[in-house]
Design a binder for this molecule. Structure first.
Ligand code: IMP
Ligand code: MG
Length: 170
């Protein structure tokens, strides 16, 4: 299937440069260390590129959840693996690939908040402006419309994750 480029590799990398600047500015006043929570699998490329540009100690944490089968959201969040370190008294930054309905993040936020982090913020490389989810993405990447996108971590049935750009199927 031919893919169209929606967001180029260069545009992704310069956006991450700017996000890292904002994140550095914001946290430097608060702390010397943050805990970055990578939401697998889709956020793996964004997480990896972003943390290298953060000028603080970054603790890594990984969780894996899923709510999609192909390009259809099932609406039910399934946890496949969860935190290996408690978040109490940590400044926590959730690193997401995409916010669509917001169901996945709402679920994650609800359970992470129970651990009493000092702060809990979100960065997402893409946000769809289709559903009014009301989630405050403090460090937002690109806003897109109603498209199913792949690449840069995002998949269609586990395919296309390793593309360096974000594309869509026409
Ligand atoms: P939400 O729960 O509807 O906000 O969806 C969030 C999750 O669904 C994301 O973390 C992705 O894994 C997946 N997802 C949503 N939209 C897309 C898309 O356009 N392409 C690939 N995965 C998507
Ligand atoms: Mg995801």
């Amino acid at each position: 299937m031919p893919l169209k480029v929606l967001i180029s590799e260069d545009d992704i990398q310069s956006k991450i440069e700017n996000l890292a600047k904002d994140i550095n500015t914001y946290y430097t006043k608060l702390t010397e260390e943050i805990t970055a929570v990578c939401v697998l699998k889709g956020s793996v490329n964004f997480f990896s590129d972003l943390v290298k540009k953060i000028k603080l100690n970054v603790n890594y944490n990984f969780i894996q959840v899923s709510s999609y089968a192909g390009d259809i959201t099932t609406g039910k969040v399934k946890v496949k693996s969860w935190l290996d370190e408690p978040l109490e008294n940590k400044h926590v930054l959730i690193v997401e690939d995409i916010v669509d309905t917001g169901n996945t993040l709402k679920y994650i936020i609800k359970y992470l908040e129970r651990q009493n982090p000092l702060s809990l913020e979100i960065t997402s490389i893409v946000m769809k402006n289709v559903h009014p989810h009301g989630i405050n993405v403090k460090f937002p990447g690109f806003e897109i419309g109603d498209k199913f996108i792949v690449g840069y971590g995002l998949d269609y049935n586990e395919k296309y994750r390793n593309l360096p750009y974000i594309g869509y199927i026409e």
